[in-house]
Design a protein around this ligand. Sequence first.
Ligand SMILES: *Cc1c(COP(=O)(O)O)cnc(C)c1O
Length: 490
Amino acid sequence: MSAVDLDRVRELEARSRTLHPQLALRRDLLAAVDDHVQEWLERLPGLPGYGPDGQPAVDALQDAPITEQPRPLGEVLEIVGRGVDHVGVNESSGSFFGYIPGSGLYFGALADYHAAVVNRYAGVYYAAPGAVRLGRACIEWLAGVLGYPTDCGGDITSGGSIANLSALVTARDACDLRSDGFAESVIYLSSQTHHAVDKAIRIAGLGDAQRRLVPLDDRHRMRADALARLVDEDRRSGLRPFLVVASAGATDTGAVDPLDAIADVCEQRSLWFHVDAAYGGAFALTADGARRLRGIARSDSVVVDPHKGFFLPFGTGVVLVKDRAHMAQAFAGTASYLEDAMASEPDVVTSPAELSPELTRPFRALRWWLSLQLAGVDAFRAALEEKLLLARHAHDRIGALDGFEVGPRPDLSVFTFRHVANGDPDATNRALIDAIHADGRIYVSATVLDNRYTPRFAVLNCRTHLAEVDRAVDVIAELAGRVTASVQDR
Ligand SMILES: *Cc1c(COP(=O)(O)O)cnc(C)c1O
């Protein structure tokens, strides 16, 4: 065996040491990144809600192939600025009213920087008791807001999709479903259920389960009486109803299903009651939202997306499961090399890895906790009530525009509208949305509702205030006038 060539080791060390820059350089790098984002933030109010041209991304990345040699930060930031920061939809803009708006709360970004540098191993209590307790504090705070017991199971996930998946896997195992029974088991949802739930059902292996679309009332809410009837019919025909998925803030219409009435049906018939409140859950902080969400505390599991209603940077979802033992059973896992690591203090705090498919994970909780600490809960409560009122104000104003009809007054902060002045409303509304996207000052998206192409207006960005909403309505009115004129010219 020949000795290791230590000269080679020293030479490699000289080359690899650049991976950890020293203090003066670290400060310079951080200042340069900070300059870049502060300039972007200062320009943000004037930036368009949408940059429809994707070509700058192609060009910028062509100019920056990944090579063996380092590239100066200034050059890299220029590439990102040109190819990323202004391309596509701008969810951070107060003039963004599409889909469910994001925000990118600044406090959360600060936490991400800290969390990434310190890099605590947040999935395992033994490895990072502080990080795990901090995450648990966020979960218990949310449990309190929703009326869940503070000893519930909970996990901070990457988003609502994975949170729904965790809930469904927990429900599947808690109801003791085995693969030979999947085909007889029945899941109840509605045409307004988010497609992430359908995806989760299939990933959970339940693709062969029966799915019933429960009829809706005229405001696109699940009808509890129809649900009860469907469940009873299915039972009589020998099937095994086990899971009801309600929406608390449907993405298309913002409609909140009647959670209390659905909870009655589930309790009487021993069904697992899951609420997808990815969008709407945060509104429980407001008096009006809490009233609309009444019954949410009676669910067995619930999903909330803090990267929606708590305005955090993307990558933050939560699932709560009322009975923590069910979650622990669904996600139990052991490995001999983790023997010490997984031995949590009993009944104190469960390691996130024991309540989740993930082992290693980013320390997501810090962005939520730090934001709640630095802003205080009152700022979130005020912002959420503001969004509820702004959505109603926009609904009133668009409803009063010539040639427009609006969907129901919003349960939360999303509503639909249609421009109906011309012959073919589908074509007119497509033309209107195209015009809004080409114009770029604001962003609005559309859905298909009852087979009709339907624009919708969603208020949830933390930078959206009265001036942004009023301007958006003015832009819609202006562009609708132009669309009408051009359709009539044809
Ligand atoms: C956004 C949303 C989801 C999906 O959550 P992601 O965070 O995008 O993965 C699921 N359900 C509802 C109701 C949503 O609004």
